[in-house]
Design a protein around this ligand. Structure first.
Ligand SMILES: Nc1ncnc2c1ncn2[C@@H]1O[C@H](COP(=O)(O)OP(=O)(O)O)[C@@H](O)[C@H]1O
Ligand SMILES: O=C(O)[C@@H](O)C(=O)COP(=O)(O)O
Length: 425
């Protein structure tokens, strides 16, 4: 397999967002869960997105897993590797964007790494190094209340400086607007000063196209699906990839029971759950019971099983920022998050055992726990449900053919759950 583009995503929803973007731009793309095993049969593709659950783990582990993924991708001739992070730069001062970027940069000998989480299609833009979510700076957006990575600083030069060993510079929008040569000159200037990473402003897709023409000449970039789109377009426009048409068909019908799981506590997901209450039975889990290790999982499965024959069900742990803060104050942020993720994985396993073959999961970490438990080694990308969220068809012997949708907490319209199920037939 010879890859035109290699990608490492720090969570599974982010990976499917990127795989969706690359597919729509004409790259034949597969999403793998972790570094693929030697015996996993992969189709001939232009891009592989290796999904890691590395956004909120210990930085050393995030680094070693990302390096293993990079080695695998470079071993398949990927001359450029995109480290896919969240378009809202989800991370803490300890990492993991900076430490992973530093390690991959050292491995490939890159002088200066281009960094931009801009993804205009979903309202993420960067100006003077400040990330905006829609009309507000990152630190005023709902991301200030994220259960695991609350974001309190919109200035990405500062945020990345706190995480990285290298100095971080800025390529501003005025430079990007002057074109690729101006960006190249600015990067050379930064590299000359020993600056190893550059946050780049981007407000429109055309900015990302300019940035990506330059990024494609480098070995490594860091960003979200916006730069992924630009890189894909650069590969197609320079003739390095012959564009494949994105399939409008979701493949063979799977049928049978369907279910939704929500562990995201984002504003978007809370609204989507409220909306779903009108369309399907919804069970709200009690986080206190989960963390206390009681039989909340069995209660959920006993509730779901008899209902599955009548139509889809939704099981949610999602709660308001105040309720999340209360649970975290009692049990600790990581312990609460981990216990709830594992309960979601238990429930997913039980639902699959009850015959569910179509599963919608809301939340990146939640999706990671569920997909790992179901032992799915990878996905083919189907139709798009909402920007950044495709229908995924599992590959591999055990769960092959099963349909999933892994929804980033922040993505999707109010009717997301019913929109997804309508397309997952
Ligand atoms: N009621 C709750 N209280 C505390 N933490 C929760 C609750 N429900 C879910 N969580 C945790 O919050 C985190 C949500 O992260 P994630 O699934 O990545 O969602 P998103 O995509 O919105 O970032 C997970 O670790 C999840 O287990
Ligand atoms: O770039 C994005 O915003 C998404 O692709 C993403 O990474 C999703 O992460 P979660 O919001 O944690 O699901």
């Amino acid at each position: 397999m010879t890859l035109a583009l290699g990608c490492i995503a720090d969570d599974y929803t982010g990976a499917s967002d990127l795989a969706n973007t690359l597919t729509r731009a004409g790259l034949r793309t597969v999403q793998t869960i972790g570094v693929p095993a030697d015996d996993l049969a992969l189709p001939e593709v232009d891009a592989v997105v290796v999904s890691l659950k590395s956004r909120s783990i210990e930085p050393g582990l995030a680094v070693s897993r990302s390096r293993a993924a990079e080695k695998w991708l470079r071993g398949r001739s990927a001359s450029h590797v995109l480290f896919k992070i969240c378009s809202t730069f989800d991370s803490t001062d300890a990492g993991n964007i900076g430490p992973v970027m530093d390690a991959l940069r050292a491995d490939c000998g890159e002088a200066v790494v281009l960094v931009t989480p801009a993804f205009p299609e979903t309202g993420r833009t960067v100006y003077q190094g400040n990330l905006f979510v829609g009309a507000v700076p990152l630190n005023e957006s709902p991301l200030k209340d994220h259960p695991l990575n609350p974001m309190h600083d919109s200035n990405l030069v500062r945020v990345l400086t706190r995480q990285s060993r290298t100095q971080v510079g800025l390529v501003d929008l005025a430079t990007v607007t002057r074109g690729a040569d101006a960006v190249r000159a600015r990067l050379a200037e930064l590299a000359g000063k020993g600056i190893g990473a550059a946050v780049i402003d981007a407000v429109f897709d055309r900015d990302l196209e300019t940035i990506s023409l330059v990024a494609a000449e480098h070995r490594l970039s860091v960003g979200a699906s916006g730069i992924g789109l630009g890189l894909a377009r650069a590969l197609v426009s320079t003739g390095k990839v012959k564009p494949a048409s994105a399939s409008s068909d979701a493949g063979a019908v799977v049928g049978g029971p369907a279910a939704c799981l929500a562990g995201s506590c984002s504003q978007a997901t809370l609204q989507q759950i409220a909306n779903a209450e009108r369309a399907m039975p919804v069970l709200h889990l009690d986080p206190e019971q989960i963390v206390a290790g009681t039989s909340e999982t069995e209660r959920a499965l006993a509730w779901a099983r008899p209902r599955l024959a009548d139509g889809p069900v939704l099981i949610a742990s999602s709660a308001t920022p105040e309720a999340v803060a209360a649970v975290q104050a009692r049990h600790g942020r990581d312990a609460a998050g981990h216990a709830i993720e594992q309960a979601m994985a238990d429930i997913a396993e039980g639902l699959a055992g009850a015959g569910v073959r179509r599963l919608v999961v809301a939340g990146g970490e939640t999706s990671g726990a569920v997909v790992d438990r179901l032992k799915i080694p990878g996905f083919l990308v189907g139709v798009e449900i909402a920007p950044g969220v495709p229908v995924l068809r599992a590959v591999g012997a055990e769960k092959g053919g099963m349909l999933l949708a892994l929804k980033s907490g922040n993505f999707g319209g109010p009717a997301f759950f019913t929109d997804a199920l309508r397309l997952m037939r």
